[in-house]
Design a protein around this ligand. Structure first.
Ligand code: NAD
Length: 240
C-alpha cells in the first residue's frame, strides 16, 4: 500500500527501475531511495539485490514483475531505463543487430509498461517514465537502429499517455544527451572530444544530473501536469 503524504503521493512508494544496476538507472534508483521510496531494481546484469530480467523477453518480464508484486505490492512508479547501444552504418547493419536494439530499447519499454497499467489504473495513481534519448529526436550517424528505437519510445510514450491519463496514470519520457556511463565507454576519445566541443555546455552530463528529472516527473504535486512530454537533460544539444 502506498503512503499518502499530505500533499499527494510524494514518497514511500514502490518504484521499479529497469536497467537500475548501472549508469542512469542506478542514479535514478538511488535518487528515489533518498526520496524515501522502496525501489526494486530489474536488470539483466547480476548485481546485489537485483531482480533479473531480460526486458526484451515477454516471459522474463512477466516473471520479474510477478516477483516485484510479491515482494513490494503494487508498483506506483515505473522507470524504463534498460537499454543498449551498438553502432553500425545502415548499409552494413545486419537484421540481428537491428532486431536486438529494437527489442531491448523499444519493445522492452512496451512489455514492462504493460505489466503495471492495470493496477496503476485501479488505484487511480501511477507514473511511467521512459528513458529515451535525444538521438530519437535528432538522429545519429551509425545509430539508425538506436535512433529509431528511441524515436519509437517517444511516440509510444505519447500514445500511452493519452490512453491512461484519465485514470491519473502519467507517462512521460526523458531524452538525455551524452552522459558519462558505461554505455558510452566504448566510443572513441576522438569522437567524445569533438562531441564535447559542439555542446553548448561544453561537457557531457553525469547520471546524477539526469536522475532529478525522473524524481520530478514522479513527484506529487510537482509532476502532476506532465503528460506525454519529453524532458531533455542534454547539455543544450537539442531543445525538445
Ligand atoms: N549514456 C548516455 O549517453 C545516454 C544518452 C541518452 C540515453 N541513454 C539511455 O539511458 C538508458 C540507460 O543507459 P546508461 O547510459 O545508464 O547505460 P548503462 O549501460 O550504464 O546501463 C544500462 C543498463 O541496462 C541493462 N540492460 C541492458 N539490456 C537489458 C535487457 N535486455 N534487460 C534488462 N536490462 C538490460 C544493463 O545491464 C545496464 O545495467 C538507456 O536506455 C540508454 O539508451 C543513455
Amino acid at each position: 500500500m502506498s503512503a499518502q503524504a499530505a500533499d499527494g503521493r510524494a514518497s514511500g512508494r514502490t518504484v521499479v527501475v529497469t536497467g537500475g544496476a548501472s549508469g542512469i538507472g542506478r542514479a535514478i534508483a538511488e535518487a528515489f531511495r533518498q526520496n524515501g521510496d522502496r525501489v526494486a531494481v530489474l536488470d539483466r546484469a547480476d548485481a546485489p539485490d537485483v531482480i533479473r530480467v531480460d526486458v526484451a523477453d515477454e516471459e522474463s518480464v512477466r516473471r520479474a514483475f510477478s516477483a516485484v508484486r510479491e515482494q513490494f505490492g503494487t508498483v506506483d512508479v515505473l522507470v524504463n531505463s534498460a537499454g543498449l547501444l551498438t553502432e553500425a552504418p545502415v548499409e552494413e547493419m545486419d537484421l540481428a543487430l537491428w532486431n536486438e536494439t529494437i527489442s531491448v530499447d523499444l519493445t522492452g519499454v512496451f512489455l514492462c509498461s504493460r505489466e503495471v497499467l492495470r493496477p496503476m489504473r485501479a488505484q487511480g495513481w501511477g507514473r511511467i517514465i521512459n528513458v529515451a534519448s535525444q538521438l530519437g529526436i535528432k538522429g545519429g550517424v551509425g545509430l539508425g537502429h538506436y535512433s529509431a528505437a528511441k524515436a519509437g519510445v517517444i511516440g509510444f510514450t505519447k500514445a500511452l499517455a493519452l490512453e491512461v491519463a484519465a485514470d491519473n496514470v502519467l507517462a512521460n519520457a526523458i531524452a538525455p544527451g551524452p552522459i558519462e556511463t558505461p554505455l558510452v565507454d566504448g566510443i572513441s576519445e576522438e569522437w567524445k572530444k569533438a562531441k564535447r566541443a559542439e555542446l553548448p555546455l561544453g561537457r557531457f552530463g553525469t547520471p546524477a544530473e539526469v536522475a532529478p528529472a525522473a524524481v520530478l516527473l514522479a513527484s506529487d504535486p510537482g509532476g502532476n501536469l506532465f503528460v506525454g512530454q519529453t524532458l531533455g537533460p542534454n547539455s543544450g544539444d537539442v531543445m525538445p
